[in-house]
Write a protein that binds this ligand. Structure first.
Ligand SMILES: [Zn+2]
Ligand SMILES: [Zn+2]
Length: 143
């Protein structure tokens, strides 16, 4: 189990996303820094958090009938996201992650700031592909 850390669990698409998040949170609450996430796993988690913490109140999400995740609203998640954000270097680190490029399933590459990511599949989706992926899979695409 030594190779297991926050990143590998958050990106393990064999489990539903909220189960992965709960596992990482449980371990982190037990006191180990290696359960924090960075890089791609942080991108996924932070986009998910921002969407469910704030943005589901916004009209495009409401129009699609998306559900708010109760998990994103808990103090433990807020603390964990804040600790991970600090560990990647705060806003500066976040902006560096957003400037990385990702490859969509359709072959288009884009900066992550212009991409979404499916929390279940951990695959990037460009703006054009997000709706299709959501409709075909019922998955939560964030970003
Ligand atoms: Zn695409
Ligand atoms: Zn998916």
């Amino acid at each position: 189990m030594e190779a297991t850390n926050g990143n590998s669990v958050i990106l393990d698409r064999s489990l539903p996303f909220e189960d992965r998040a709960r596992r990482v949170l449980d371990h982190w609450a037990g006191g180990s820094e290696r359960w924090l996430v960075d890089d791609l796993a942080f991108f996924l988690l932070y986009c998910w958090f921002l969407k469910h913490e704030n943005a589901l109140r916004f009209e495009p999400y409401q129009r699609r009938g998306e559900q708010r995740s109760g998990l994103a609203d808990t103090p433990l998640v807020r603390d964990y996201v804040a600790a991970s954000l600090a560990a990647v270097g705060g806003e500066t680190g976040w902006n560096a992650i957003l400037r990385q490029r990702g490859l969509c399933s359709c072959g288009q590459t884009n900066r992550l700031e212009n991409m979404g990511i499916c929390v279940e599949c951990a695959t990037f989706e460009c703006w054009e592909c997000q709706e299709d992926h959501r409709a075909a899979s019922g998955h939560d695409v964030v970003g």
